[in-house]
Design a protein around this ligand. Structure first.
Ligand code: COA
Length: 659
């Protein structure tokens, strides 16, 4: 439960980050007070915001007009005026401790007692900033990524004295700003993002300086073998070699151990700072203007991609072992902060933890880098060596499934339909494996799994039952196949945990029927949904007829099934088939957010509510009323119901245990 409702935000500093943060806040409906030293700087910030808003508006990405958004931003050269009515203050001035601490001191003296003071710093300890204020429990790090208007990630950094309430308010605010906040539980130098980034740079640098590979070879392997959007050196050029150097030095000064990178030092000395000066590790036709670096694919043939990520994986293990971040946090940072197509630890699991350790040992012996972290050594000793073993950083269900993938990221279990080359068409093997997985998830304790998400690998959710099954099927065989499909959808509907279908691409026939048996359906804008069986001379046979009628009524269900029409996601939303439609790049995050929200609720209550809702959709009023009273009274036997009521009365956040 978050008690503080943020309405007004003060942003201190109108530079690159400050004006971007002010823009994001205003777009999302907050009143913003932007402060900097001179009116000139503030005018420039306003011009930049207006330019960016017009761009977004031109692309149809703004709900209001730029003028309406701008009307929520006021500027002032007085720090005191900016913070006077602010519920939340975000400082985004340059990285100088004295300047920042003086701002924090003054802001804390003039801001209302309830307001929270956040710093966008990437290098200064939050606890030190907190110590100069009159409210260390309300001081926090809120590290945005550049440009704030586009980048989804925010690192929320806890200082020594930051209270849980402050963390909760900041996370909630991050979400209201349309971002994906990741909590950094300890204020370690470089947080999560820069620690991982520096390790990627370290691996790349060592390889080049040790004459193992050229810059081109490293970047080619990063792009074509790992599938990263940019090579490592290309990314350093893009960020600015001097900027990387400053962050790295600040981290090293705070105790971060780094082997050194002569390549960076040389470029800084030669003032070849990357894209902004027209030359860094690569040459650019025009300084400051982004152009794609040409890296030949063949160049990276001899580079082992595991070597490139090994030090970063080791760093991630350190972060996890020291409870700074979770596995999911690390992967969220690498996906949203660096644009990795999949998380760093998903790579580690698919290459195998053993191969990561081999590379770490080679690096240690050759360059004196750190030992493999005890966490990954322990994983290997327990046989948790990655996807092949069924378990690594993630749990893949412990069994090697052929047609589905199970990933348990407590409290969420992700089931992936995994026949992407056949658009995840559901064959007999998949039916059996799904039933096994659903049974397994039913038995998982609530402290591990509270919500299940089903999604499809590749381009689609699922294009339906595998039609090759039906080509020579006898009626009796077809009857049994239909019964098995019904068994599958029934088990899903009755699972003791909420199930969300995360739909992208096609959800047709049996694919849609599977989704209809879930408790919620979240679709991306590109999704196409339908029950086209009649066009093949068949009818839906996995329980979809009843479930569709129940969901949208007989008339609409008849229209859909008799015409075999395919609906866009929007049309399906209007009919009530899907609960929500989101842009494709937000689908996974949005689904995760909803799943995490559900996971906060008491799981036994959800289980009983789900059962009674299923009865309500089928049974008579009398059946439902009886079930309701029985469920209602049964819940009084749970510890969670007492916890919920007590927490409300004591004005605190409830902690549900599923008991
Ligand atoms: N059963 C078996 N295989 C299927 C399948 C299904 N339901 N749906 C797709 N596939 C296979 C295709 O045969 C193709 O395999 P191939 O590469 O070996 O030829 C592969 O998946 C990719 O599908 P393709 O048709 O090439 O993709 P597309 O983008 O051109 O078309 C669809 C996509 C969904 C429109 C089309 O595949 C289709 O109509 N599928 C059947 C949908 C259906 O009727 N479902 C109801 C069944 S209950």
């Amino acid at each position: 439960m978050v008690n503080l409702q943020v309405k007004e935000i003060a942003v201190i500093g109108g530079g690159t980050m400050g004006h971007g943060i002010a823009e994001v806040a205003a777009i999302n409906g907050f009143k913003v007070h932007l402060n900097d030293l001179t009116l000139d700087i503030l005018q420039r910030a306003l011009n930049n915001i207006r330019w960016s808003l017009s761009n977004l508006h031109g692309k149809g990405q703004l709900r209001e007009s730029p003028d309406e958004v701008m009307s929520r931003i006021s500027v002032t050269t007085s720090l005191e005026d900016a913070v006077r009515n602010a519920d939340f203050i975000i400082e985004a001035v340059f990285e100088d401790f004295n300047v920042k601490s003086s701002i924090f001191k003054r802001a804390s003296e003039h801001a209302p007692p309830h307001s929270i003071l956040a710093s966008n710093t990437s290098s200064i300890p939050i606890s030190e900033l907190a110590s100069v204020t009159n409210r260390p429990d309300k001081v926090i790090g809120m590290h945005f990524f550049n440009p704030p208007v586009l980048m989804k990630l925010i690192e929320v950094v806890r200082g020594d004295k930051t209270s849980d309430e402050t963390v909760n308010v900041t996370v909630e605010l991050g979400r209201r700003l349309g971002k994906e906040p990741v909590v950094v539980n300890k204020d370690v130098p470089g947080f999560i993002s820069n620690r991982l980034f520096m390790r990627l740079i370290e691996s790349a640098c060592l390889m080049v300086m040790g004459n193992e590979a050229s810059i081109d070879a490293v970047d080619s392997a990063a792009r074509f073998k790992l599938g990263l959007p940019m090579g490592i050196f290309e990314l350093v050029d893009f960020v600015g070699i001097d900027v990387v150097n400053l962050i790295l030095k600040a981290m090293v000064n705070r105790g971060f151990k780094f082997s050194g990178c002569g390549l960076i030092d040389d470029k800084v000395k030669a003032l070849k700072l990357g894209l902004k000066t027209g030359e860094g590790f690569y040459k650019y036709p025009e300084a400051g203007k982004y152009s794609r670096v040409k890296v030949p694919k063949e160049a990276g043939e001899g580079v082992n991609p595991v070597r490139l990520i090994a030090l970063a994986v080791n760093e991630a293990a350190w972060l996890i072992r020291n409870k700074v971040a979770s596995v999911v946090d690390v992967d969220t940072v690498t996906k949203l902060g660096f644009g990795f197509p999949k998380g760093l630890l998903e790579y580690a699991d698919s290459y195998g933890i053993g191969s990561v350790i081999v590379e770490l040992i080679k690096l240690r012996d050759r360059y004196g880098t750190v030992e493999p972290d005890p966490l990954i050594m322990q994983m290997v000793s327990e046989g948790r060596v990655g996807v092949k073993a069924g378990s690594g950083f993630y749990d893949y269900g412990g069994e090697g499934y052929e047609t589905v993938k199970l990933t348990i990221e407590p409290p969420i279990a992700w089931i992936t339909l995994n026949r992407p080359e056949k658009l995840n068409a559901i064959n007999s093997k998949m039916i059996n494996e799904l039933i096994t997985v659903i049974n397994k998830l039913g038995a998982e304790p609530f402290d591990r799994v509270r919500v299940v998400v089903i999604k499809g690998a590749g381009k689609a959710f699922s294009a339906g039952a595998d039609l090759t099954m039906f080509s020579n099927e006898e009626p009796t065989e077809a009857y049994l196949t239909s019964r098995m499909l019904q068994e599958l959808t029934n088990r899903l509907e009755r699972l003791n945990k909420p199930v969300i279908a995360m739909i992208h691409g096609y959800a047709l026939g049996g694919g849609l029927e599977l989704a209809l048996a879930c408790d919620m359906r979240i679709a991306s804008e590109d999704a196409i949904l339908g029950l086209p069986e009649v066009t093949l001379g068949l009818i839906p046979g996995s329980g979809g007829v009843k479930r569709l009628v129940r969901l949208i009524g007989l008339g609409k269900a008849k229209e859909l099934i008799l015409t075999g029409a395919k609906l866009t996601a929007k049309e399906a939303e209007e009919l009530g088939i899907v609960n929500r439609v989101v842009p494709i790049n937000e689908l996974e995050n949005e689904t995760r957010t909803i799943a995490l929200k559900l996971a906060e609720e008491p799981p036994i209550t959800l289980m009983i509510a789900k059962g009674i809702l299923n009865i309500a959709s089928e049974g008579s009023l009398e059946d439902t009323l009886t079930a309701e009273s029985m469920g209602f009274s049964l819940l009084f036997s749970t510890k969670d119901s007492r916890e919920g009521i007590n927490a409300f009365l004591e004005k605190r956040q409830p902690k549900y245990q599923g008991k």
